[in-house]
Design a protein around this ligand. Structure first.
Ligand code: ATP
Ligand code: MG
Length: 581
C-alpha cells in the first residue's frame, strides 16, 4: 500500500452521469434507478426491449449499436434499427420452432453477430439465454446443457460437428439445433429462416422475477455452478454501466470479455446497449498490436478488460504504444481477478488514465465494488461499494456472520442482498445457495479488508489463504510484490505443506520476454520479495513456468497449481485454458 493515490480533479467527471461518489451514494435508491428504464405496460419488462427497441422508439434507430470486426479485420456495422429487425426475426424463428416462454436457449459461438442477435432475440421471446464458451470441449458442453435442460442451441456447423453432434442422444430436452452457416441432418439453418421471418414481433412482457439468463461460474475454485438471473437485473446492469463504467449515450465502448462468461453478457451486451453506446466486438483472440489498433483507430472512449490481458500488454513492453495516441480514451476498467497496483500505475503512464478495478461475481450479476471516475484511485484497491450496495467484512462463526468494523480487519467480503441483479438461485443446488447467506449477509467466499477511508482491498479467495507460522497470508499481496520486479510477467502463489511452518509460501513465476530462468534471478526475486514483504510473508520457493494455468475467463487456477504440487486429483478442469504442466 505504498503506492501513491491517483487523485481525480474534483470537477472532472462530475457530470450528471458521474456525480461525486459520496453524494450519489447518499441519495441513491433502486426504485429511482428503476425509473431510468422504460419497462412495459402493467409493470412488465424485458431486457431486450431496454437494450434495443426503446432506443429505436426514441429516434436513435440510425445509431450504430454494434460494430463487428471480423478476424480478417473487416468491419460490419449494425444500427439499433438493424438489431431490432434481426432480433425480432430471431424471436419469430424461435416461436415458429416451438420454443416457448421459459425454455432454455443456449449458444455455442465465437464472437460473431449471430451470438448477439440470438441473445437478445431469445430474451424477446421470453426464453432463457445461456451462453457457453465456444472453446469448451464436448464434456463441459454436455454437463452444462444437462444441468440447464437446454431446449435449443445456436452454433456453427464446425462446432456442431466437432462437439455437439455425438451428444444429441444424451440430451433428451434438446429439440432444436440452429446452425448459423450451413445445414446438417437434424438441424435448422438460420440464414433462410432469417430471410423469411417477419421483422415485427410482440416482445414477451415478462414479470420482473422471470428468469432471463443462466450463467455458469468460472470454475476457479471447483465445479462450476449454474447461476439464475431475472429480467429485473437490467436495472442493475443499466445503473452500474452508467456509474461504474461511466457509459454515456453515443460512446464507443469496448468490452473484451467473451459472452461465454457473465462479464461478456452483463457488460458486453446488456449494460452497453441499455446505455445506448456503440459496442466494438472483436472476433479475434488477444493480440497486442490488434488491440492497440482497435483502441486507437476505433477511437474507443470506454474500455473494460481483465488483468490477464493487461498483464499481457505490459509484458509486450512500451514500444507498441509509443507510436500511438489514445486521445478518445476516457475511462478504463478491469475485472475478474485482483488487479496488481503495478498495472494501475502502468495504465496511468501508458494511457494517461489509471485502470479502474472493480469487483463482482457471476452470483452478483453486476458490479458491486468499484473505482468511480470521480473517485481517487488507490492502486491495488477494488474501490468502494456501488450506490445501493452495502458491503461489509464479516467473520463467520457458529453464530453466523458478524461484521468486523475495525479498519483493515481481514474477513469474508459480504453484501446485504436486495439489488436487482442478485442471483435468484444456483440451479438444482438449493442447499448450496442457502449456505451463501447468514444473518442477513450474502457471503462472497472472497477475503478482503476495508481501510479507514472505506476502500476495499482484496486478499484472496477463501480457499487460497495461506497459513504460515502463525501468519495469514493472502496470495494477492505476494503476487503483487513479485509483479513489481522487471522480469516478471505473471505470478501465482499458493501455500504448500511444511513441517515446521504448517504451510510455506510458494510462487510460480512466468517471465517477460528477454528473461530466462536462473538461480541468480530466483535469488534476486526472493530478495526483492523479502524486502517488500518481510521474511515471514515472502515466498520460500519460486518455480519458473512458461505460463500459469488459467480459466477461459482469464483467472489463475491456484487450486490446480496446488493439486499438482501435492499430487492430488486435478478436480473439475472443464474451464481450463491450455497451459504448460
Ligand atoms: P467459481 O465460483 O466457479 O470458483 P469464479 O468465482 O472465478 O469461479 P466468477 O463468478 O467468474 O467465477 O468470478 C468471480 C470471482 O472472481 C470473485 O469471487 C473474485 O474471487 C474474483 N474477482 C472478480 N473481480 C475481482 C477483482 N476486481 N479483484 C479481485 N478478485 C476479483
Ligand atoms: Mg465464485
Amino acid at each position: 500500500m505504498e503506492y501513491e493515490v491517483i487523485k481525480k480533479p474534483r470537477s472532472a467527471g462530475q457530470t450528471a452521469n458521474m456525480p461525486d461518489y459520496r453524494k450519489v451514494h447518499e441519495t441513491f435508491a433502486w426504485a429511482d434507478a428503476h425509473k431510468l428504464i422504460d419497462g412495459l405496460p402493467g409493470g412488465k419488462l424485458n431486457i431486450a426491449f431496454e437494450a434495443v427497441d426503446r432506443h429505436v422508439a426514441a429516434g436513435h434507430g440510425a445509431q450504430i449499436a454494434l460494430r463487428w470486426i471480423a478476424k480478417s479485420g473487416e468491419r460490419t456495422d449494425f444500427t439499433f434499427k438493424d438489431l431490432q429487425d434481426r432480433t425480432n426475426r430471431f424471436a419469430n424463428i424461435l416461436r415458429s420452432r416451438g420454443i416457448k416462454k421459459g425454455d432454455k436457449v443456449y449458444s455455442l459461438l465465437g464472437r460473431v453477430p449471430e451470438l448477439y442477435i440470438a441473445a437478445l432475440g431469445t430474451l424477446k421471446a421470453g426464453a432463457v439465454f445461456c451462453p457457453l464458451f465456444s472453446a469448451f470441449g464436448p464434456e463441459p458442453i454436455q454437463s452444462r446443457m444437462e444441468i440447464g435442460g437446454a431446449n435449443a442451441i445456436i452454433t456453427s456447423s464446425r462446432l456442431y460437428k466437432r462437439k455437439l453432434k455425438n451428444l444429441r442422444d444424451h440430451l433428451p430436452d434438446l429439440r432444436e439445433v440452429i446452425l448459423i452457416d450451413a445445414e446438417e441432418m437434424d438441424t435448422t439453418a438460420l440464414a433462410p429462416l432469417m430471410q423469411k421471418a417477419s421483422d415485427a414481433f410482440d416482445i414477451e412482457p415478462m414479470d420482473p422475477e422471470d428468469t432471463a439468463l443462466l450463467h455458469f461460474t468460472s470454475g476457479t475454485t471447483g465445479k462450476p455452478k449454474g447461476v439464475v438471473h431475472v429480467h429485473e437485473a437490467v436495472v442493475a446492469h443499466h445503473t452500474t454501466g452508467r456509474l461504474a463504467l461511466d457509459l454515456r449515450p453515443g460512446d464507443i465502448y469496448w468490452c473484451t470479455a467473451d459472452p461465454g462468461w457473465v462479464t461478456g453478457t452483463s457488460y458486453g451486451i446488456i449494460a452497453p446497449l441499455t446505455n445506448r453506446v456503440t459496442m466494438i466486438i472483436d472476433e479475434a483472440e488477444f493480440d497486442t498490436n490488434r488491440w492497440y489498433d482497435i483502441l486507437e483507430k476505433e477511437a474507443v472512449n470506454v474500455w473494460y478488460t481483465a488483468p490477464t490481458a493487461i498483464r499481457m500488454l505490459m509484458k509486450a513492453g512500451k514500444e507498441a504504444t509509443q507510436v500511438r495516441t489514445f486521445k478518445a480514451l476516457r475511462f478504463m476498467a478491469s475485472v475478474g481477478e485482483p488487479l496488481n497496483p503495478e498495472a494501475v500505475v502502468w495504465g496511468q503512464e501508458t494511457f494517461g488514465i489509471p485502470f479502474h478495478d472493480n469487483w463482482w461475481q457471476t452470483e452478483t450479476g453486476g458490479i458491486m465494488i468499484a473505482n468511480y471516475a470521480s473517485m481517487d484511485v488507490k492502486p491495488g484497491s477494488m474501490g468502494k461499494p456501488m450506490p445501493g450496495i452495502e458491503a461489509g467484512i464479516v467473520e463467520v462463526t457458529e453464530d453466523g456472520a458478524k461484521e468486523l468494523t475495525e479498519p483493515l480487519a481481514m474477513g469474508e467480503l459480504a453484501l446485504r442482498p436486495g439489488w436487482p441483479s442478485m442471483m435468484r438461485g444456483y440451479l438444482h443446488e438449493q442447499a448450496r445457495y442457502d449456505k451463501c447467506f447468514s444473518n442477513g449477509w450474502y457471503l462472497s467466499g472472497d477475503l478482503a479488508m476495508r481501510d479507514s477511508d472505506g476502500y476495499f482491498w482484496f486478499v484472496g479467495r477463501g480457499n487460497d489463504l495461506i497459513k504460515s507460522a502463525g501468519h495469514l497470508i493472502g496470495p494477492f499481496e505476494v503476487e503483487s510484490a513479485l509483479m513489481e520486479h522487471d522480469a516478471v510477467a505473471e505470478v501465482g502463489v499458493i501455500g504448500v505443506p511444511d513441517e515446521t511452518a504448517g504451510e510455506m509460501v510458494k510462487a510460480y513465476v512466468a517471465l517477460k520476454p528477454g528473461h530466462t530462468p536462473s538461480d541468480e534471478l530466483m535469488l534476486d526475486l526472493m530478495g526483492h520479495a523479502r524486502k517488500r514483504l518481510g521474511p515471514a510473508v515472502a515466498p520460500k520457493e519460486i518455480a519458473f513456468r512458461e505460463n500459469l494455468p488459467k480459466t477461459r475467463s482469464g483467472k489463475i487456477m491456484r487450486r490446480l497449481l496446488k493439486a499438482r504440487e501435492l499430487g492430488l486429483p486435478e478436480g473439475d478442469i472443464s474451464t481450463l485454458e491450455s497451459d504448460e504442466k
